[in-house]
Design a protein around this ligand. Structure first.
Ligand SMILES: [Zn+2]
Length: 295
């Protein structure tokens, strides 16, 4: 069932549980197209994009952003995703990686990502010092790694499910669920959620047949689900020529001088997240070198 990418902000059980339900098929399809990603890379990047988008949706400040880096030591390399409240973007080191399927026929995301590294979360809320949280990866399957991050770094018990359904090069559906219990949550509510969590584990397949609203009613029947808000989500980059200039200046005098000497035709810079290219001529680079020297 196709619908525009949307995040549902919900509560359950008189507000003792807060949750996010996300459908993000277009967002993940756009990421896959930009990076020409293989199925396993699409699943790994897509899951991380959705988990990061959920962190972004919980940011309080308008201009805040969150960056998630997953570095599991596997053949896929590093995954980096950045989100604010209604957009997300990301990249992965080896987007064309091919991997044998798992014995159960599913994509082997855990093997591609590797499960021995770290996940880091940096929240930039406009204050001088950004918040930095780091946890060890549990499995590289992404959803349980996000859940471990919430439990360890934010002391919030969390149930997280993230799924991407890929057929060949096509993203059929992508979605995620996040449920967090607040202090004082009755034990019977917690055990109800644990009991029902297997229902939510195959969310991408469920979303092929039912809308998020229908799934919410079905999964949380009897737990007083309340829809607080619906927010849009899209894959969007905020790069600009100005930002690229800043990062070139940040390279420093020595590196810029080397570029001007080596790249007599100038340089093409490509954004990691959206593949947008900007051309900098030798004259442009010289101007930036002057700015770097002024600093
Ligand atoms: Zn970009």
């Amino acid at each position: 069932m196709n619908q525009q990418d949307t995040m549902l902000h919900i509560t359950l059980a008189d507000g003792f549980v807060r949750g996010l339900l996300l459908t993000a098929t277009d967002t993940v399809a756009k990421a896959a197209a930009i990076h020409c990603a293989s199925p396993v890379a699409t699943a790994a990047l897509g899951r991380t994009l959705m988990g990061t988008a959920m962190l972004g949706a919980m940011l309080k400040q308008d201009n805040a952003s969150v960056t998630v880096t997953i570095d599991g030591g596997g053949p896929l390399g590093k995954i980096v995703c950045v989100a604010d409240r209604d957009s997300v973007r990301g990249c992965v080191d080896v987007p064309q990686l091919e991997m044998p399927l798992r014995p159960d026929g599913k994509l082997n995301v855990g093997m591609a990502v590797g499960g021995s590294g770290r996940m880091s979360v940096v929240k930039d809320t406009g204050l001088k010092t950004p918040y930095v949280g780091q946890t060890a990866l549990i499995s590289g399957e992404i959803a349980e790694d996000f859940a471990a991050y919430y439990a360890e770094s934010e002391q919030t018990p969390t149930l997280q499910s993230l799924g991407v359904l890929v057929s060949g090069e096509t993203v059929l559906s992508a979605g995620g669920v996040l449920l967090q219990t607040l202090p004082g949550c009755p034990d019977e509510v917690i055990s109800q959620l644990e009991l029902r969590s297997p229902l939510m584990s195959d969310i991408s397949r469920e979303l092929c047949y039912e809308s998020m609203e229908d799934l919410m009613a079905k999964w949380f029947d009897g737990l007083q689900p309340v829809l607080l808000e619906k927010t849009p989500l899209s894959y969007r980059c905020n790069c600009s020529r100005q930002r690229m200039e800043k990062s070139l200046i940040a390279l420093g005098q020595e590196e810029l001088t080397r570029m001007i000497q080596d790249e007599t035709e100038g340089a093409d810079l490509t954004c990691h997240f959206c593949k947008r290219q900007e051309r900098f001529t030798q004259g442009d680079l010289l101007k930036l070198l002057n700015k770097a020297m002024e600093r």
